[in-house]
Design a protein around this ligand. Structure first.
Ligand SMILES: [Zn+2]
Length: 364
């Protein structure tokens, strides 16, 4: 039976750019508004590539990005940490002068240029209209996995959002994504909130299990959403040419790498090995503008990039924290449960409050 997203207007061949006349990109790598070419990412990327090329000559290339899906070796045997990319929500609006179809295409192009597959965690609410259907199809057609991020993005650690409401939310979005070829039974909690007490966490976990789902855990959490919000605010205030986007990029790269290295260190102490991480980013403007540089940065610092569905095969994701320690990133929960980090673990693990002062002082 034909699905709503099978309409001819939205159809595009696999592995090619969607050519939807309304939302499709004109030029995926060049931001749309007049004059925005003043912000050019490519020269930096090429410079970073040189930095990467020399170590590869000296030490050889262990990158999995040539064809990571064919890797069969255990992810536990590699020498360094691995990172994969996951994106939450899925927005369908134009952002600060960047057309929806174009900034979405920028994210997809960055991933494609690195031969990387991501998992997109879908909120259902805004995916029922034409733009929402176009977005889902654009991700599915490019071979990325589509997972469940609830329908209305509720906080399930709030008392009013009950376990039975959780089940309705899970099923609504499941019905939206399950017909797509690359849907997977992973669920990511909005705000990473699994429930405010042990019995509710247990109920929700039972619902997930009986619906064939597992938790789409985050191991590296960060506040990309906050940098994104500040960047958009600045562009709206002064225009894209005067927004000093490269200074936001530098902060973003430094922030994400700082959090990645923090969670990797914590993880290594507990697991005594490098794991395959799942980094939480959002489907937003910072991902569109900076993802290529972020991927380069990870590689420059010795991380291996892997497909997100491959990362979820790491055995660390079988270590479900006790219900009393649910929420935040998986690594944070494990550390909390170990009882060894009570003096150093902050709560909430990540929040705008930690970045606001730094951005204020930099004038960002
Ligand atoms: Zn979300």
């Amino acid at each position: 039976m034909p699905q709503p997203w099978d309409r001819a207007a939205l159809r595009s061949p696999r592995s090619t750019s969607p050519k939807n006349p309304t939302f499709g990109p004109r030029n995926p790598l060049v931001p749309n508004p007049a004059g925005t070419k003043a912000y050019i990412l490519k020269p930096m990327t090429r410079k970073l590539q040189l930095f990467i090329f020399i170590p590869i000559l000296l030490f050889g290339c262990k990158s999995s990005t040539s064809n990571p899906r064919e890797q069969t070796a255990s992810t536990e045997t590699v020498a360094g940490p691995m990172v994969s990319f996951t994106f939450d929500d899925g927005a369908t609006s134009d952002i600060a002068g960047f057309k929806f179809g174009e900034w979405n295409e920028m994210i997809l192009s960055h991933l494609e240029n690195e031969d990387l597959k991501a998992v997109f965690f879908v909120t259902g609410k805004n995916k029922l209209d034409e733009k929402g259907q176009f977005l889902l199809k654009s991700w599915d057609d490019r071979g990325h996995s589509l997972a469940n991020h609830s329908f209305a993005h509720l906080n399930f650690s709030s008392e009013k959002n009950t376990a039975s409401l959780f089940e309705k939310e899970l099923k609504k979005t499941d019905s939206i994504i399950s017909g797509l070829g690359n849907s997977v039974k992973l669920f990511r909690f909005p705000y990473l909130k699994e429930g405010q007490n042990k019995s509710k966490v247990d109920s929700i976990r039972n619902i997930l299990r009986s619906n064939g789902y597992t938790n789409g855990y985050v191991t590296i959490d960060a506040s990309d959403w906050f940098v994104n919000a500040r960047l958009i605010k600045r562009i709206k205030e002064v225009g894209v040419e005067k927004a000093e986007i490269e200074r936001f990029r530098d902060f973003y790269l430094q922030h994400i790498m700082e959090r990645a290295n923090y969670y990797e260190k914590l993880s290594y102490e507990m697991n005594e090995r490098h794991i395959a991480h799942t980094l939480l980013l959002h489907h937003n403007l910072t991902s569109a503008l900076f993802l290529d540089d972020l991927i380069e940065k990870f590689k420059e610092e010795g991380w291996e990039t892997v497909h997100a569905d491959q990362a979820y095969r790491d055995k660390v994701f079988e270590k479900i924290p006790d219900a009393g320690f649910a929420g935040e990133s998986l690594i944070w929960s494990m550390a909390k449960q170990s009882g060894k980090y009570d003096g150093s673990l902050r709560y909430p693990a990540e929040d705008s409050r930690y970045e606001k002062g730094k951005m204020d002082s930099l004038g960002l």
